[in-house]
Design a protein around this ligand. Structure first.
Ligand code: DON
Length: 562
């Protein structure tokens, strides 16, 4: 009865959303564009481009600006991934994901009985992985930068001093996190105060830290005065990170996952992200079907995607981890014969229970969208897709008042105990166990798509385990269902991650009849937990060569272009 009531409410919202987004185009620009989670960060990226900088220079400024304008996920105390396609068509990826400290070990989050200690991998110093962001931006600058680093960092210092106005979305997110921030970081930090929409938050301590980094470079963060302060602060707060951990940290250039879907070439993030592999598996599994004919978000469409999602996430759980530590059977996982065989038991008649696609059963915790993605195309034709994160909202909630930034809680992305869920309800196996200096498995899926050999789409999103399925649906919305980039970003999404065996819908989605059809075929539907799924920041290159932004309206995402 309760579920029918909820279905009726959902149907009502669904109609409103469709109307609101019909025929909408995002911002159009002729030369260059930046789409991020906050207008201040998009504008700083664009400012760098207008100074003659390229997309890589803009990436550095945007990444740092997000630490000020969007401290929820923007960071220098976390890590991320960048996928790029240079103007000459060369592609690659940078992995600046956090690493487990040298003193980490596989059972570090378990008590003597072998049970997970609540909060240890998610809150405070014990949950912090060795941060990679500063190494990441300097690696980008060294390889591709065209403007002096001082010129790139200066506008961010100015933004930090001037401050950023709190939006309504931010007011809510700060309010939600405040008790935990106080519990972890104390009563006397910048983020322990209550803020209302319209207030300005200034970041003088962060500006000082950035000023030192601007002067001394990467070493400031990994060996210099800032490094000493970081280690001292983290250790006082229960972390096992040492100066040696910081000194040893390097960002890594890797090969992307490259694959085709019909006439598209897709370039996406490789392990330690599961994003590219899962996206490739899902798209390859659905490629033989006529999606247009099934209809956007019809019961059959949802069913087909759901079944492919289940199979990809089951493989994710078992096979994927840091490629520097585990052997991933990449070729096999992406081979046509393997994927065809994976779908051999698929039928439109009824659901294939996840229990018949091996591995245990778990509960999905309520999750939000706490990472952040941005997309940039410059006036020279270079493109970058970057997803960067502290993991949870405001990471470990550990904020250094002296240094002016939050530290991540990325250690929770490891499998703390095989078969036990992490905060995204994802379960892992040996491939993602904790080892010193290992990178934790990610779902972040920054992605670039070529059509007819030319740059076509740049996209990504936050959303933990739901990142991969959000990127998938956004791409299909444009390619198969001819939506504009903005409509594709705004359209209702759903998610299945193998376990728990439930399809997640957003509050404003899908319609009663479709849901009933799915339930009749044996699908469990979750109506309550996943209020919003993802928050897309994308750019589409249109046929006439201009660009359209897809700045998801679920949040404060905003585009800037010229
Ligand atoms: O790397 C990952 O997959 C996660 N740490 C991403 C976290 C995220 O998207 C938070 N939002 N829900």
């Amino acid at each position: 009865m309760r579920s029918i009531f909820l279905l009726i409410i959902l149907c009502f919202f669904s109609c409103k959303t469709e109307k609101a987004t019909k025929n909408n185009r995002g911002l159009i620009a002729e030369n260059a564009m930046v789409v991020t989670a906050r207008i201040e960060a998009s504008e700083i990226g664009l400012h760098i481009l207008k100074q003659g900088g390229n997309a890589f220079d803009a990436m550095i400024a945007t990444e740092l600006a997000l630490a000020v304008a969007f401290p929820f996920a923007g960071n220098i105390g976390g890590g991320g991934f960048m996928v790029y396609r240079a103007a000459d068509g060369k592609t690659g990826v940078l992995d600046y994901r956090e690493k487990a400290p040298l003193a980490a070990h596989r059972d570090m989050y378990l008590d003597e009985q072998g049970n997970i200690i609540p909060g240890k991998s998610t809150l405070g110093g014990s949950s912090v992985g060795v941060p990679g962001t500063i190494a990441g931006i300097f690696a980008v600058h060294e390889k591709f930068g065209s403007l002096p680093i001082e010129k790139i960092i200066q506008p961010v210092i100015e933004l930090a001093l001037k401050g950023v106005v709190v939006t309504e979305v931010q007011e809510r997110s700060l309010e939600n996190a405040r008790d935990l921030i106080i519990q972890v970081s104390g009563e006397n930090t910048l983020f322990s105060l209550p803020y209302k929409a319209g207030d300005t938050i200034k970041h003088p301590a962060f500006a000082e830290t950035l000023q030192r980094i601007k002067t001394t470079g990467k070493d400031e963060f990994y060996r210099g005065e800032t490094a000493l302060k970081i280690v001292d602060f983290l250790q006082q707060n229960g972390s096992i990170i040492t100066l040696e951990d910081l000194e040893k940290y390097e960002a890594v250039w890797r090969e992307p996952v490259r694959f085709s879907y019909k006439d598209l070439n897709i370039i996406s993030m490789s392990p330690p992200s599961s994003g590219g592999i899962c996206l490739a598996q899902i798209l390859k599994m659905i490629e033989p079907f006529d999606l247009k004919n099934l209809g956007h978000n019809s019961a059959e469409y949802i069913q087909l995607l759901t079944e492919t999602m289940k199979r990809a996430y089951a493989d994710r759980s078992h096979y994927l981890g840091d490629p520097d530590f585990v052997q991933i059977p990449l070729e096999r996982l992406l081979s046509d014969s393997y994927l065809k065989n994976r779908m051999a038991d698929f039928s439109f008649e009824k659901a294939t229970p996840s229990s018949e696609i091996p591995y245990g059963t778990i509960e999905l915790s309520g999750e939000k969208d706490e990472t952040t993605h941005y997309s940039i195309v410059d006036q020279f034709g270079n493109a970058v897709a970057v997803t960067t994160t502290l993991n949870g909202a405001y990471g470990s909630k550990l904020y250094s008042q002296e240094l002016g930034f939050f530290f991540n809680n990325e250690m929770d992305d490891f499998s703390a105990k095989p078969g036990e869920p992490n905060m995204f309800g994802l379960i892992g196996a040996e491939a993602n166990n904790i080892q010193p200096e290992k990178r934790m498995l990610s779902s972040m899926t920054p992605t670039i798509v070529e059509k007819d050999g030319k740059l076509w789409m740049i996209l990504g999103t936050p959303g933990g385990s739901r990142i991969i399925t959000s990127v998938l649906q956004t791409l299909l919305n444009v390619y198969e269902f001819e939506m504009t980039m903005q409509q594709a970003a705004d359209a209702s999404r759903f998610h299945h991650q193998w376990l728990p065996d439930e399809i997640y819908f957003e509050d404003d989605t899908i319609g009663l009849e479709t849901m009933q059809q799915l339930q009749n075929k044996g699908y469990s539907i979750s109506l309550q937990k996943a209020k919003i799924i993802g928050s897309i920041a994308a750019i589409l290159v249109l046929e006439n060569g201009t660009m359209e932004a897809g700045a998801d309206r679920r949040r404060d995402n905003a585009a800037a272009g010229y």
